[in-house]
Design a protein around this ligand. Structure first.
Ligand SMILES: [Zn+2]
Length: 428
């Protein structure tokens, strides 16, 4: 308890101080609604592009009114600038496209993915930009567009409206973390089962550290999206189902990797639902899941390990955390250059350890830290992380991001706590 409280105040001080210089007067720039950009993101091994499909006005922008995120540890960053050139919004994200680029499938040529970006709806003309990071993590502009709410065309209604319900927390989207749990592969008759499953997941998040400390700033809503058929796609087994979000196992050839590539369909399902994070709860007992930073979490509901798998995937999707494991097989064959720091905050090459969690290491703990019993409960820098056994380091011997039977390590907890506080009221 002592440690956790220490982490809590350290994060709060650090983030509140950092944010004070970038205060944005929300009401001067934005309405309470959201602007959704439905994008295509594609390319080859060496090139990529973003392309706009269409724009939609959604009824509620659920993100914090402090619209400059201090958490830009994503491979991509989207920014909005006012007519005067002032940055009034920024948020980081990761994508399935960049994951595909790291697999052998990239040798097949070109591929394109669907993504949606959710922004506060501007009152006046703005300039929107997307940046990608190069290997040294510098931001390079890769897409831009002017948006004028007075003259641009954007859709203001959407066909796929489903019943949704607040099942935990308050109806106060601007001042809390809003998680929307979408039913996937549940038929009309199975909707009671979905409600039970969703309650189980929400309760589990709220008793998992560090989320258990933030009872008053996290809300869950469930979206009762009815699928024509039960279950989900199993491409490796020739099984295909008609479902709301087209969730599928075998992503990039990995049986347990459960995702959806029908993102625009999914975004239509949540269009009227206040959300900062979308969780797709798949009606399946098969082991698996997937999580991409500020994109989605997808998890099967009925496996004995589902709740633990979900927490791990939520670590990716909400926290932008890296996998801390390095021995399990994955589809990824390309890895970051260890000359540079990786973008994720919970792994390091020690190239710039000061920017990571050096401040959390006790004087008596050596860096790198020997992977021995003596250091089993301390924060250090243990070799082996992010699919690499050498030259990549993780903060603890065990962590939820390494193995789903462990709790989040103190470094991951500090990051997650900071993010919840950003979405909560602390930073207004
Ligand atoms: Zn960790």
């Amino acid at each position: 308890m002592k440690t956790k409280t220490g982490i809590f105040f350290a994060v709060m001080l650090c983030l509140c101080n950092g944010l004070s210089a970038q205060h944005i007067e929300y009401n001067a720039h934005f309405t309470e609604k959201a602007l959704r950009l439905n994008m295509y993101h594609g390319g080859t091994a060496t090139e990529e592009f973003f392309s706009l499909k269409n724009m939609i006005q959604e009824p509620v922008y659920a993100g914090p009114h402090q619209t400059i995120s201090p958490f830009l540890h994503g491979r991509y960053v989207i920014k909005m600038k006012s007519a005067g050139g002032k940055t009034i919004f920024s948020k980081a994200f990761n994508t399935l496209f960049e994951e595909w680029q790291d697999t052998e499938l990239v040798n097949e040529g070109k591929r394109i993915f669907q993504e949606s970006r959710f922004l506060p709806f501007p009152k006046e003309k703005v300039h929107i930009e997307i940046f990608q990071r190069d290997e040294a993590l510098n931001l390079q502009k890769c897409w831009e567009k002017d948006f004028d709410p007075g003259s641009d065309w954007y859709q203001t209604d959407y066909a796929d409206e489903y019943e949704f319900e607040l099942i935990y927390g308050k109806d106060n989207p601007a001042e809390q973390l809003d998680i929307a749990i979408v039913a996937e592969g549940y038929t009309e008759e199975q909707m009671d089962g979905f409600e039970n499953d969703a309650h189980k997941f929400a309760k589990y998040v709220m008793k998992t550290p560090p989320f258990d400390e933030f009872d008053d700033v996290i809300a869950f809503r469930i979206v009762k999206a009815v699928s024509p058929e039960s279950g989900c796609d199993l491409p490796g087994e020739g099984i295909w189902k008609q479902t709301v979000a087209d969730a599928q196992f075998y992503t990039f050839g990995s049986e347990r990797y459960l995702t959806t590539i029908a993102y625009h369909k999914l975004a239509n399902v949540t269009a009227a639902v206040p959300h900062d994070q979308i969780v797709v709860l798949v009606n399946s007992e098969k082991y698996g899941g997937g999580g991409v930073f500020n994109h989605f979490s997808v998890v099967s509901a009925g496996n004995i390990l589902s709740l633990r798998v979900f927490m791990h995937e939520f670590g990716h999707a909400f926290g932008g955390l890296a996998d801390e494991y390095y021995t399990s097989s994955t589809a990824y064959v390309n890895h970051p250059d260890v000359k540079y720091e990786p973008i994720e905050p919970n792994v390091t090459t020690l190239a710039d350890f000061h920017a990571k969690w050096e401040d959390m290491i006790h004087d008596t703990v050596p860096v790198p830290t020997p992977d021995t019993e003596k250091y089993k409960d301390v924060t250090g820098a243990f070799e082996g992380a992010r699919y690499l056994p050498k030259a990549m380091y993780r903060p603890s011997r065990s962590c939820m991001m390494k193995s789903i039977d462990a709790e989040f390590c103190p470094v991951c907890q500090r990051i997650l706590s900071g993010m919840v506080m950003y979405y909560g009221t602390c930073m207004d």
